[in-house]
Ligand binder design. Sequence first.
Ligand code: APR
Length: 163
Amino acid sequence: MVIEVVQQDITLLDVDAIVNAANTSLLGGGGVDGAIHRAAGPQLRQHCRRLGGCPTGGARITPGFRLPARWIIHTVGPVWRGGDYGEAALLESCYRNSFRLALEKQLGSIAFPAISTGAYGYPGEQAARIAVAVMKQHELRFQRIIACCFSSADVDLYRTITR
Ligand code: APR
């Protein structure tokens, strides 16, 4: 059982990479994006400015700067628009592309927030099922895969799905 479900502020996790639920500008925002930029410090935004943004479903990797995590993988989740606009496929590609970048750097541990389920309005259970399905497909490739929840409701949801 390598998928860990925790309730924690993802900026505090001492792992190889934390994943950020970013927007296409990569220049910061609210929610977990805001927390990560605040904790990583101003160098993160300066670094991201040179990346030229990121499309929805895509992912980019940066150093963690002042974070305990060595790397940050920024991925842009889909905005929920009812489910008929390819949202599920885009959310799945967020997880797949994040894992791909982590594998390229041969990272051993990675933590994900519940991408798109905050400001972007993705229904929590549907998003968690997509997340866990991709995590399970990568279980053998990492020492630690962490679903970093911010609410106890999400912890319950992820624990039920990963059981
Ligand atoms: N640690 C872990 N999870 C967190 C944290 C944190 N410090 N802060 C918020 N979360 C959780 C939220 O509770 C939610 O479950 O992260 C999940 C994703 O919520 P958002 O951060 O709102 O991200 P998202 O729904 O993908 O919307 C992205 O919001 O902040 C802007 O720039 C961002 O435009 C982008 C959009």
